[in-house]
Design a protein around this ligand. Structure first.
Ligand code: IPD
Ligand code: CA
Ligand code: CA
Length: 271
């Protein structure tokens, strides 16, 4: 009988995820820097024709190998997990950057087994970097094993986030996410959640946090950070789950400290 789970299955999923992200990224890169038409979506994010074309291509390729798997993609496929294995695709993360010829954008392909990320790939086509991870096998960039940064003080940390006006007006956690910025050494907003999470896994950024994320923004990045020795929590300090709307990613000590700090600001005790 063929195995349906375990290291060999996850490794095969990881290989296909990496192949999809690499190929899609290379195709998109051919358009980078050219005039690209964007359309504004209801949530104020933007989309190009290439987003849907890319997502369709990835889903078609995976379906030809795994016809019984479920797909969740930002542009075309409904957000629900019905099968044991779910492929989560963000065809272009950082579309605004992509369309404006800013290099910080990525293709992200993650695979969940019963809701837990087990394989993932994030491709940054402009730098040519392909970040990959398989559960239990580590996180890798071009043959080099990745490790999260080791800083354990927020005041020494270079943080990455994306704070959107609509999320900050909500008070509570949104306001706390903004307030906590003054605890860091420096804060960056890269405009691509996937790039930021790959950078946390590689120790280039000390942490990433965000009060609101979609599953396709983080499915691959969560595994990269975990496999690089990091912790991924919600803003409430709980372990991240596929239905979590928020994220904190860093080494375990720093992630716990940040969740605690956000809690203090939320409860009015951070000033
Ligand atoms: C966006 C990027 C951006 C974040 C937005 C996301 P998209 O993804 O990750 O950094 O601020 O909230 O929607 O729309 O370019 O795939
Ligand atoms: Ca996208
Ligand atoms: Ca995205």
């Amino acid at each position: 009988m063929t195995a349906t789970e375990g290291p060999a299955v996850y490794a095969a999923l990881g290989e296909l995820a990496a192949e999809c992200a690499r190929e899609a990224g290379e195709e998109l890169h051919a358009h980078f820097g050219r005039q690209i038409r964007t359309v504004r979506k209801g949530d104020n994010s933007v989309v190009t024709d290439l987003d849907a074309i890319t997502e369709r291509g990835i889903v078609r390729k995976v379906r030809s190998v795994y016809p019984d798997h479920t797909f969740i993609g930002e542009e075309l496929t409904p957000e629900q997990m019905v099968g044991r294995y779910t492929w989560v695709v963000d065809p272009i993360d950082g579309t605004r950057n992509f369309a404006a010829a800013v290099p910080m954008w990525a293709v992200s392909v993650g695979v969940l087994h019963d809701g837990t990320p087990v394989a993932g790939a994030i491709h940054l086509p402009v730098t040519g970097e392909l970040f990959t991870a398989v559960a239990g096998e580590g996180a890798w960039l071009d043959g080099e094993r990745l490790s999260v940064a080791t800083k354990t003080e927020l005041s020494r940390a270079v943080a990455a986030t994306d704070l959107l006006p609509g999320q900050l007006r909500s008070g509570g956690t949104g306001a706390a996410a903004l307030s906590v910025v003054r605890s860091f050494l420096r804060t960056r907003m890269l405009g691509s959640v996937c790039c930021a999470l790959a950078y946390v896994a590689a120790g280039r950024m000390d942490l990433y946090y965000r009060p609101h994320v979609h599953l396709w923004d983080v499915a691959a990045g969560v595994l990269l950070v975990r496999e690089a020795g990091g912790a991924v929590l919600t803003l409430d300090g709980e372990e991240w789950r596929a239905d979590a709307g928020s994220i904190v990613a860093a080494n375990p000590a720093l992630a716990a400290l940040l969740a605690e700090e956000i809690g203090r600001w939320r409860d009015g005790g951070g000033a």
